[in-house]
Ligand binder design. Structure first.
Ligand SMILES: [Zn+2]
Length: 408
């Protein structure tokens, strides 16, 4: 992906770091240098952010590896400052499978919470762990503020978290005594484990918000789809998702939590697009190639000059053409884009063979429009040939598809 750094490939899935991630590192350095006490603090903050995004990454692997069970590959996983994205080829259309793929992410964070808890229980001194788990309870509210402060970049609030200013007043002294008793500083590992536990709990809670296409929204859609069918379920989930996303944006702007506003904006637009796609899929699935086949089409000869299609493009309605050899065999296609390339290069006397692409997709009249639509999209081709048992009977091109979709 453009503008991103490939970190590594794990389980056959490339992991990319979006360039905006550099800001997070700078931010961690900044906190370490100006809010903490030197090198140790920098290491501590960078370590905390690294762990946070490590948890996000494992969450995404939860989605990807579950999807793999259903034959769905993941193109890559991208880490951005507002979260991770596992780019699945597609979502399983079976609601039960979508449900499992969606819930697998948050479940990973639940498992991480349990593991961290066990690690603390086993490897920390009992008094220390008791103190740590007590802190999780005590800190839960402040941690929400901490997360909010991270979003807003409120440095005072963040440093207050670490200097103990935001501890519940009644417990401050007792807490400080115990912490001092262990000879711990504010940035010590003592705080690391509970903070990571809370971060993971927050990840679970945030992702389960039913704002389609966030995880909670996908779970919601899948549950609805079991009763309403996929198209209607998506419409409902998308409306609910856009409403919640709208609240994210408004509240984010109102409270200055820019990250939340960005997430809201992202959720809002993807909810719309996904709904449009699902409704389009549903429509395409109901029609076949024979419903919009164009039986009259111009046949180009592979040995002709490019001047011929350029004239056809100027004077006619056809934008894409099939190309035949001297034995009347279909050998390729010439798209509008190819012809325009030749025109721009003033390459009028070049043979069509130089610009035509092959092979041409040949579909049966009974083939669904959905297949044809996505074939044209994926290959960036403008035209497919339609042939039955007796041979070529016509073509379907992008323009024809577009007109057809506008009419139905
Ligand atoms: Zn997720």
């Amino acid at each position: 992906m453009r503008g991103s750094l490939k970190l590594f490939t794990w389980f056959g899935i490339p992991v990319h770091l979006h360039w905006t991630f550099g800001f997070i590192l700078l931010y961690a350095f900044y906190l370490g240098v100006f809010e903490g006490d030197g090198l140790l603090s920098i290491v501590w903050f960078v370590g905390l952010f690294a762990s946070l995004f490590g948890c996000v990454l494992l969450h995404e692997y939860g989605h990807s590896l579950t999807a793999r069970q259903y034959g769905v590959n993941t193109q890559d996983i991208i880490l951005t400052p507002i979260g991770g994205i596992a780019r699945l080829e597609k979502m399983p259309e079976n609601p039960r499978q979508e449900f499992l793929v969606a819930i697998a992410g948050p479940l990973v964070n639940v498992v991480i919470v349990l593991l961290l808890w066990i690690v603390g229980k086993l490897f920390l001194e009992p008094e220390l762990w008791e103190l740590a788990s007590w802190t999780v309870g005590q800190y839960f509210q402040p941690m929400i503020d901490f997360f909010g402060a991270l979003f807003t970049g409120d440095l005072n609030a963040i440093s207050a978290q670490f200097s103990g200013e935001s501890l519940p007043p009644a417990d401050t002294e007792e807490m400080t005594d115990i912490v001092n008793g262990f000879g711990l500083s504010n940035n010590s590992l003592f705080f690391y484990l509970p903070i990571l536990i809370v971060i993971n709990i927050m990840l679970v809670l945030f992702n389960l918000v039913p704002a389609f296409p966030m995880d909670g929204g996908r779970i919601f859609r899948a549950l609805l789809a079991m009763r309403l069918g996929r198209p209607r379920a998506t419409r409902v989930a998308s409306i609910v998702g856009q409403a919640i996303a709208g609240i994210f944006v408004l509240y984010g702007l109102y409270s200055g939590q820019i990250t939340l506003a960005l997430i809201g904006f992202f959720v809002f637009t993807t909810a719309r697009t996904e709904n449009t796609m699902v409704q389009l899929d549903d429509l395409l699935q109901r029609y076949k190639a024979k419903d919009l086949i164009r039986r009259q089409y111009t046949r180009l000869l592979v040995t002709d000059w490019m001047q011929t299609p350029i004239n056809l493009l100027r004077e006619g309605l056809e934008r894409h053409f099939l190309v035949f050899d001297l034995h009347d065999q279909l050998v390729g296609a010439l798209d509008e884009a190819d012809i325009i390339t030749a025109l721009k290069k003033r390459d009028l006397s070049a043979a069509i063979a130089e610009y035509a692409h092959e092979p041409v997709e040949i579909v049966h009249p009974e083939e669904s429009l959905k297949y044809i639509y996505y074939t044209l999209q994926q290959r960036r081709h403008g035209i497919v040939a339609v042939a039955d048992e007796d041979g070529l009977i016509g073509v379907i091109d992008q323009e024809g598809l577009r007109h057809f979709l506008r009419m139905v």
